[in-house]
Structures are given as structure tokens and as C-alpha cells.
Design a protein around this ligand. Sequence first.
Ligand code: GLV
Length: 326
Amino acid sequence: MSAGPKIFLTRELPPDSMAILRRHSQLTYNQDDRVLDKQELIDGLKDADGLLCLLNDTIDADVINANPNLRVISNFAVGFNNIDVNAATARKLPITNTPGVLTETTADMAFALLMAAARRVAEGDRFVRTRGWNGWGPLQFLGCEVTGATLGLVGLGRIGKSMIQRAKGFEMPVVYWNRTRMSEKEESALGVTYKSLDDVMTHSDFVSVHVALNDETHHLIGAEQISRMKPTGILINTSRGPVVDESALVEALKSRSIGGAGLDVYENEPLLEPELYDLPTAVLAPHLGSATLQTRTKMGNMAAENCLAACDGKRPPNLVNPEVWD
Ligand code: GLV
């Protein structure tokens, strides 16, 4: 084992990132391809200088306080709602994330879900596999038009903005809601129109959600917002499951009061609302937003760099709680 700080990693990362960690640290990691439970997390980080964890590791106050010598929690994700940031900040423990490197990849996934839901790709795939298809038909699997349809963005951070580029290619007018409205100059440079959240829901053919999960955005898209959608409207979520009230969404899909959904994230991953599994107008992906080898490698290298820097007493590049450093 090489010298360097002791790092505990909760799951194997892409090979390049593993090589960096092995080269620069005394690495121990969970070699089982599964999420660790609380006690396993606590045991694993007992002697560690740095913890490198994933978005489905629950890093609560007990885990954070289990090792008073821990110097950093490096999350392999841009979202960090899995970590009790207040508990970490209270003991001046830096937390880092991996912003920027997964922006385009996640926007690609949101657009893939949008296209798949609009054109019934998953339904068609399932149908062909039944071996029951008896040939082309003029009324078979009619979907909805994407070109020229209105895209509503809920949240206009990095990934939301990246959706605008894709929408342009499909000549889609873009309306958006964001907690903070952009300046008119920025809006006209991006070619987007600001609306209230209610109006985004009402006027869009596709609503794509791109906000971070926090206390303010939990169930931001609830029954009332969903009820404002067009009967043909399609809801896309690649952010975090709890931003959308999943049971309200199920009700809307069941009663066909909206046209469909493209979901990559769920309220209680890996479990879904039971009825969701059987609703044909929902396209369901298993949280694949950043899932390409190139992007996961960039995320892994960034998470490793953050972890190693903080263990070495240097300010990590992607601090989410900068107040612990200043
Ligand atoms: C993925 O969901 C991430 O937050 O990085």
C-alpha cells in the first residue's frame, strides 16, 4: 500500500480514478457492488482521513461524527442532498462535489427521456419484443411532435441552460422558472422567456426539472402543479426524485390527465411507487443521468482530487460549504 492519507471509498469507481487514489493514498474501499448500511459506513471511515462517497450513501450526523479526525467528505455527484451539510459545517468539515463535468451528459439523458416519452420508444420496444407486431399501421403508437413544441425548464442552472442548446436544435421555444430570475439581457442572449412556476406548468408541452433538492424544492412539483399541465404534457425529471411528488404523478398518469413522463430519479430509490412500474406512458430509467464512462471518470478524478487536496491541508477545488475554510 502506498503512503499518503487514508481514504475510505464506499464503492469502486472507474479505473482511472481508482489509479489516482491508489497512487496517492492508502485506499480502502467497499469491494461489494452494493450500498453500505450506516454501521458499515461508520466502521469503514473509523480510521480514515477522507471519505469518498456516493449519492446513495446517507451521510447523516451520526456518520459524520463517528470519526472526529475525518478531514473531508468528497461526494461523487454534483447533488449533495445525501449529506447532512449542517452537521458537517458545525464541526468545520469540508464537503465537496463534482460540478460541471456531468452537465452535458445529464442534459443528454433528459433529452433522451423527452424524445423517448414523446415518441413512445420504450412502449414500442416492449411491444416488438412480444413478437405480436403484425406490421406498420397508420394509427399505431402515435406520439407527439417534438419539433416546435414548448419546453418548460424548472430550474436554470448549468444543466437547465444546457437543455436550451438542445431545444434550439428542435426549434423549441423555451420558457423557464428559476428561484432567481436572470437579467433581461441574459434572457434574450439565451432566447428564453421567464414565467411563474404555475405558468411554466400550464404553457409547456414538455416540463423538464433541473433544480437541486433541498427543503425548498421538496415536492416543488406536487399535485397542484401537475394538474396545471396540458393533457398531452410530458414531465421529465433527471434531478432528484423528491422534487416531484411521485404519488401525485402516478395519479395523473393513471387518469391520463397528463400525456406521460420520463423519469431517471425516484423518491425512494431504488423503489418506485408500485403502480409506476405498470404505467405505459412513463419511461423509466435507473438514475443514469451521468452514466457514461467518460463522465463518470471525470467525476471520479474530480472527487479524488477534492479528497486528496483536503487531506493534504489544501483548499479543495469544489467546496460546497466554503465557510468551513475561510
Ligand atoms: C447525479 O445524480 C449527481 O448528482 O451527480
